[in-house]
Design a protein. Structure first.
Length: 387
């Protein structure tokens, strides 16, 4: 019997019913352009104002520090390019890690190739964690930005960002620190004050909100160049007519899924642990990728030795189970995950990776169905595999 089981919540979550209901009026009667000054558009403007307050509350920021964007990739690009151009007279050195999302890695590579910046890419250990001593050694008088993701999108490892910020600021308080927190919103507590970061990226569709809307937290007093030029939206920092319905949905999602975030994710963590325990006990050659202690509650990433990940995904899809081999942004690539190579996996093992990312509506019955089918799939594929 086939089912319809969604285990790819790290790629995107579904739109929550309450979020959809909050958005509906802005597709209908409240469709006015919030930049217009007449009364008809004030409801749309107020919707954005309330959403900004909701998102800010979700990360313990002030509303004036939240700038809405089209999503996580734009926010990452803005944070990095905006800092690089704003601080170029003070230095040209950037620091990041080898396991960042490509929205960070490719942006820094662009600055290196096209604009003469230099970059250091920090190694990680086998659990995907940065060694703080490596950051200390990498900092130079030319460093203007450190960008380290809070939680990895493939292996779920949570970095000690607050400690890394402290190291950076002790070296030079003027160095900006950015973190990509896209995977963290709604899954672990997010507090920009506790983290101490200058810039933080989040997006709605990882937390049961709509696609096409994200935000960049810019700490009060931090100055970066604009990325998108044109109108005076977002206090003159990000031009373009606002995606009002999307922003309202983002606000509602932030309100719903950042409240009592630890309690909300206890069930998900229990399901994840059940999945990992069954998989490692019942399937030969399973390698768990990433840290078990410092890990997002819904993330499971493992390699099944002597089996290619693509074959696993297609076989699971036959049973109605949606999972992935890593980031959705690189799902068409034939190369093994840069994240898995960075934590020390060989190419063959990295090619056999499977990411199972759980959400709030997944059940133990679905986990058991998945493991039962995975056992059969592994046996079948190994019988025919040249590996």
């Amino acid at each position: 019997m086939n089912k319809n089981i969604y285990f790819d919540n790290a790629a995107t979550t579904f739109l929550d019913d309450a979020v959809y209901e909050a958005m509906k009026p802005y597709f209908e009667g409240h469709f006015g352009n919030p930049s217009s000054i007449y009364q008809y558009c004030q409801t749309a403007k107020q919707g954005i104002t309330e959403a900004r307050e909701q998102v800010a509350a979700g990360i313990n920021a002030s509303a004036g520090e939240i700038y809405f964007t089209s999503g996580g990739s734009e926010s990452d690009n803005w944070a990095i390019i905006g800092t690089a151009f704003a601080k170029r007279s003070k230095g040209n050195h950037l620091i990041t890690t080898k396991i960042e999302h490509h929205a960070v890695l490719h942006t820094i590579e662009y600055l290196e190739k096209k604009h003469g910046f230099t970059a250091t890419y920090l190694d990680v250990d086998q659990e995907g964690l940065v060694n703080p001593e490596d950051l200390k050694k990498a900092l130079t008088p030319e460093t203007i930005l450190v960008s380290v993701m809070l939680a990895n999108n493939e292996i779920g490892t949570i970095q000690p960002v607050a400690d890394l910020v402290q190291i950076t600021k002790e070296y030079d308080p003027k160095i900006y620190f950015h973190t990509d927190a896209v995977q963290a919103l709604g899954t672990i507590p997010l507090d920009v004050q506790a983290l101490g970061v200058d810039l933080l990226t989040i997006t709605a569709h990882k937390a049961y909100g709509p696609k096409g809307v994200g935000a960049l937290y810019i700490k009060k007093g931090v100055v970066i160049d604009n990325l998108i030029h044109g109108g005076g939206q977002e206090k003159g920092k990000r031009a373009g007519t606002e995606n009002v319905a999307g922003i309202v949905g983002f606000g509602k999602a932030a309100e719903l899924f950042t409240a009592d975030v630890v309690e909300r994710n206890l069930k998900i963590k229990e399901l994840r642990d059940h999945l990992i325990n069954r998989a490692t006990a019942e399937i030969e050659g399973i390698v768990i990728n990433g840290s078990l202690e410092h890990r997002l509650p819904g993330n499971s990433n493992f390699s099944v030795k002597r089996i290619e990940g693509e074959a696993l995904i297609l076989s699971l899809d036959h049973y109605g189970i949606a999972a992935s081999s890593g980031s959705a942004c690189t799902s068409g690539s034939l190369d093994p995950s840069h994240v898995l190579l960075a934590i020390g996996l060989d190419h063959g093992t990295a090619h056999g990776s499977l990411r199972v990312s759980l959400g709030k509506d997944n059940t133990k019955e679905e986990i058991d169905f998945f493991i039962d089918k995975l056992i059969l799939i592994a046996q079948k594929l190994r019988a025919i595999s040249p590996l």
